[in-house]
Design a binder for this molecule. Structure first.
Ligand code: TZP
Ligand code: MG
Length: 224
């Protein structure tokens, strides 16, 4: 990771949109939704092409390349979910992996110079991720979610204080069931950012929703 990114990471993860084509009404609408979200103010994006109806092969690569261009054009961080090859092929800013995506020691070596995010459901998982050099933690699911069928039980917003008081010093973003109704609470509870799939990808107006989410999150960061 470059020094500038290191300094800014907690800020750059404030409003973290996560999506693949299968999270959108149609695969064709994916890039337009991303563009609207970017214009609305998302600060980071994770290309997570995963599960039923997800793209593979050349289609996946092309979709990732276009997504990266949209993000780069607007100064939005571009992270790839769980696909080292794709991360390298599109020269993304980083990679995000879960607990079952392979050896963290290997992944950290392969992502040298890039941002590495790791999902954690417990303090032990977060500590292990940090010990292996994770640059940020995705904690969750915070609330119940219908987007990830194999998601574990919601952990609630208490996890942010638990991490903070137990030496997790890298940025922590919450994920799972976060929307306009609760994004500010996630930040007030101690998260550096909110990672969101459906509240943006399924929104009637991704631009407006992202804009409102960003305002709520920034205000919550300022303690307003
Ligand atoms: N990891 C934990 S919950 C989740 C992921 C990928 C899904 C989040 O989706 P949504 O729609 O924002 O609840
Ligand atoms: Mg994964």
């Amino acid at each position: 990771m470059t020094e500038i990114l290191q300094v800014n990471l907690a800020h750059k993860l404030s409003l973290y949109f996560v999506a693949g084509t299968m999270n959108c009404e149609s695969p064709e609408s994916f890039h337009e939704i991303l563009l609207q979200a970017v214009k609305g103010g998302i600060t980071a994006f994770q290309y997570r092409e995963k599960g039923a109806k997800s793209l593979i092969g050349e289609n996946r690569l092309e979709a990732a390349k276009r997504a990266k261009e949209i993000c780069r054009d607007h100064g939005v961080l571009f992270i790839v979910n769980d696909d080292l090859k794709l991360m390298k092929a599109v020269d993304a800013d980083g990679l995000h992996v879960g607990q079952t995506d392979g050896s963290l020691a290997f992944i950290r070596k392969e992502t040298e110079g890039k941002i590495l995010g790791v999902s954690a459901h417990t303090l032990a998982e977060a500590k292990d991720a940090v010990d292996h050099g994770a640059d940020y933690i995705g904690a969750g699911p915070i609330y119940a979610t219908v987007t990830k069928p194999d998601a574990q039980e919601p952990v609630g917003t208490g996890i942010f204080q638990e991490f903070r008081t137990n030496e997790i010093s890298v940025p922590v973003v919450g994920i799972g069931g976060i929307s306009l109704d609760n994004a500010a609470s996630v930040i007030s509870a101690g998260a550096d950012g909110a990672a969101i799939i459906s509240a943006i990808s399924q929104s009637q107006d991704p631009f407006k929703t992202s804009r409102k989410l960003l305002m709520d999150i920034l205000n919550a960061k300022r303690g307003l």
